[in-house]
Design a protein around this ligand. Structure first.
Ligand code: FE2
Length: 251
């Protein structure tokens, strides 16, 4: 099947209500394939339901730092108390088939021979691309390791972003618009769709991205969801209260 339109999202973090809202929106977007950039679990209360929905919708993706920590607690060593608490909860919830789904996620994915997907950076699931210097390092790493790749998608920061690198090596963050952003054929891009389940740019909606391969555009989309219900589940699961309050603030 030729893939013309892709949906890409990241950092669902066990937020079922946010993921369901994204799928409701996606049902009107005529996409051929849906992919995620890791951190399926962690922080919020519905890891099993989220994995079941991803499996039902045939959504493949890459591993995030919370996904690998849910499989091996030693990898949660650097986590803060909130994240650590949620990983302990997640590990209690998961059944064998959930573990199998998380274990099957690769570190990175190459799509259509031209799009690269990873969670943090190409160096590790824990590395952030959050500023100009980190973007420069990531572009350089990509140019050395995978010189045929021009466009990569990443998550981990929970903040939507498009970094571009022109042929002179100049790096800049593009202004994010509601309209599709045109990707030039002579530039490289590092693109972050933001987070579905725990956005941190003070916009509490669930965020994702549509890639139109024929038009070579990316379009950021944001959808409202039932935050109150997601919060109630967090409190019912006896997870730290701040994990509930932060959802409403988008932090
Ligand atoms: Fe995350």
């Amino acid at each position: 099947m030729t893939v013309a339109r892709l949906a890409i999202f990241s950092d669902v973090h066990a937020n079922l209500e946010a993921l369901e809202a994204v799928f409701r929106d996606l049902d009107h977007q005529h996409v051929d394939r849906v992919l995620h950039l890791g951190d399926v679990v962690g922080y919020n209360a519905s890891p099993c339901e989220v994995i079941d929905l991803l499996m039902e919708r045939n959504v493949h993706g890459v591993q995030g730092n919370h996904d690998v920590a849910a499989l091996d607690l030693d990898l949660a060593e650097g986590f803060n108390m909130l994240a650590y608490h949620a990983i302990l909860y997640t590990r209690q919830q998961l059944d064998a088939h959930h573990v199998e789904y998380l274990s099957g996620l690769p570190f990175s994915l190459l799509l259509e021979g031209q799009f690269l997907l990873f969670h943090g950076s190409l160096e590790s699931v824990n590395t952030y691309i959050a500023n100009m210097y980190q973007a420069k390092r990531a572009f350089n790493f990509m140019r050395r390791q995978l010189p045929f790749v021009r466009i990569a998608f990443f998550g981990h920061t929970h903040v939507p972003k498009v970094w571009s690198r022109n042929s002179q090596g100049k790096i800049r963050a593009l202004p994010l618009t509601k309209e599709p952003i045109i990707l030039r054929s002579d530039e490289m891009y590092l693109i972050n769709p933001g987070s579905v389940g725990q956005p941190r740019q003070k916009d509490s909606r669930a965020h994702y991205l549509i890639v139109d391969i024929d038009a070579m555009t990316v379009q950021f989309r944001s959808v409202e969801y039932n935050i109150t219900l997601a919060q109630a589940k967090i409190l019912r699961a006896k997870l730290p209260e701040f994990l509930a309050t932060r959802l409403a603030e988008g932090i």
